[in-house]
Design a protein around this ligand. Structure first.
Ligand code: ATP
Length: 443
């Protein structure tokens, strides 16, 4: 990676107004010529990272190395980097040619050279002959192509694309995705693309960077992100998925949905895990012939497949499957799944730490997400905050609550709450473990 790494983010953080942490300790290396996508839900920090790369924001801490040199404080016009925004930001009073040539004229390039360059980029974006057209007479897709042409005509080393297809309708968006890919190949330029659309990220990228709350959750090839997610957030955010809580019963044996299954991953017996199974990974089989028995709750036609919801025999877990054949609600069915089609991840509870005063001493407190519940009575629980994420896991919901103290804590609850709800976390006193705090913050 180091030899052809064009840009490196080294421990980059960005805090706004003293307390909004938009980007939190991001480390990332991007290769020359790569197509990298920053993907994550609204507010996860994608645009802030892009704006720091473009020079529109200065990081609070950390370095941005371009070919090994720190450019974190260099103004945008001194960086070999250009940005395409979601809103095309074209000059409406100029025609297509003048819009694209604007930057080149500022650089005082000779007229024949400007003409040659403008013609070449118009060819690249498939709009030859549009030189004299007024911007206001172009469709949304055409305007976005002109915005891209204007950004690449200066031949930047890196092109930043901030949700550039967000304003286009579905068909035009699909078309432009393919065109962008072709352009990327022809130009050999490094593309850093921002989207919250996981399908778009999977289609276009060499590598995807999945972000949540300012932190990188996983960096990897689209196939790896989809099939081998590192945690429940990534599994849930990328595509439809089933996530079941389970426990290892042997090195490659896992128990979930009340049954033992062989799996590919080896963890010690007793380890708490989560099992990810994509809806298309299940095989539907006749009753009493599969590993999991259940009853069909719903079946919805989706064009090339049916989306079928099955309730397991204990009536606790809802399983989502995709199949070519329809099943009737109320019908009994069995399901099976091969070890290679399930992904077993360690269950991550290490984050549930918070500071709490006990007998006048500030302690590091911990609770298991299973031992707490949520309440809408602010006085009932000992911690208060807003729900920032919800992941459905078959028989319960996994919530992340951002507390007033600034901690992100996990709580498993069978009841459905909404993102943004203000809740208190109720933890029985006997279920809180305390450790004396060390260093900073200790009383
Ligand atoms: P979206 O997909 O909605 O554009 P995003 O992932 O690009 O979201 P950012 O725009 O980077 O997210 O914002 C990350 C966080 O930083 C948000 O909480 C946002 O409100 C905050 N933020 C961004 N810019 C500023 C600013 N100039 N001042 C204060 N807070 C900001």
């Amino acid at each position: 990676m180091t030899e052809n790494c064009i840009i490196e983010l080294k421990n980059i953080s960005k805090t706004f107004d003293g307390d909004t942490v938009a980007v939190d300790g991001v480390n990332l290396k991007i290769r020359q010529g790569e197509f990298v996508t920053l993907l994550g839900p609204s507010g996860c920090g994608k645009t802030t990272i892009l704006r720091m790369l473009g020079g529109f924001e200065v990081p609070t801490t950390g370095e941005i190395l371009l070919n090994g040199k720190n450019i974190a404080e260099l103004p945008p016009n001194e960086r070999p980097i250009n940005t395409v925004f979601q809103k095309y930001a074209l000059f409406p009073n100029m025609n297509v040619y003048e819009n694209i040539a604007f930057g080149l004229k500022l650089k005082k390039l000779p007229k024949p050279e400007v003409e040659k360059k403008v013609r070449r980029v118009l060819e690249l974006v498939d709009l030859e002959g549009f030189e004299q057209r007024k911007i206001t007479t172009l469709s949304g897709g055409q305007q976005q192509r002109i915005a891209i042409a204007r950004a690449i005509v200066n031949e930047p080393q890196i092109l930043l694309l901030d949700e550039p297809l967000g304003a286009l309708d579905y068909k035009m968006r699909r078309e432009m995705q393919l065109e962008l890919l072709t352009m990327h190949k022809e130009l050999g330029m490094t593309f850093i693309f921002v989207t919250h659309d996981q399908e778009e990220a999977l289609t276009m990228s060499d590598r995807i960077v999945v972000l949540s709350q300012g932190k990188i959750q996983q960096v990897g090839r689209p196939e790896d992100i989809y099939h081998i997610p590192r945690n429940a957030f990534v599994a849930d955010f990328i595509g439809e998925t089933n996530i079941f809580h389970g426990r290892m019963t042997g090195s490659r044996q896992v128990n979930f949905l009340g049954k033992d299954f062989s799996c590919s991953e080896a963890y010690p017996a007793g380890t708490e895990v989560e099992v990810v199974i994509r809806p298309e990974a299940f095989d539907v089989c006749a009753p009493c012939t599969g590993m999991i028995s259940g009853e069909v709750i719903s079946c919805v036609f989706k064009g090339t497949y049916y989306e079928i919801s099955v309730l397991d025999e204990d009536g606790k877990n809802e399983i989502m499957i995709y199949d070519k054949k329809a099943l009737k609600p109320g019908e009994k069915t069995d399901l099976s799944v091969q070890p290679k089609n399930m992904h077993v991840m360690l269950y991550d509870t290490h984050k549930n730490h918070f500071a709490m005063e006990r007998d006048g001493v500030l302690m590091d407190a911990y609770f298991s997400p299973w031992d707490a519940r949520l309440s809408d009575d602010a006085e009932e629980g000992s911690l208060r905050g807003n729900i920032v994420s919800i992941i459905y896991k078959g028989d319960h919901y996994s919530y992340t609550v951002h507390t007033e103290e600034g901690d992100d804590l996990f709580v498993n609850d069978e009841y459905l709450w909404n993102t943004g709800d203000y809740v208190s976390i109720v933890i029985p006193a006997s279920k809180i473990e305390y450790n004396r705090m060390e260093g900073e913050g200790a009383l």
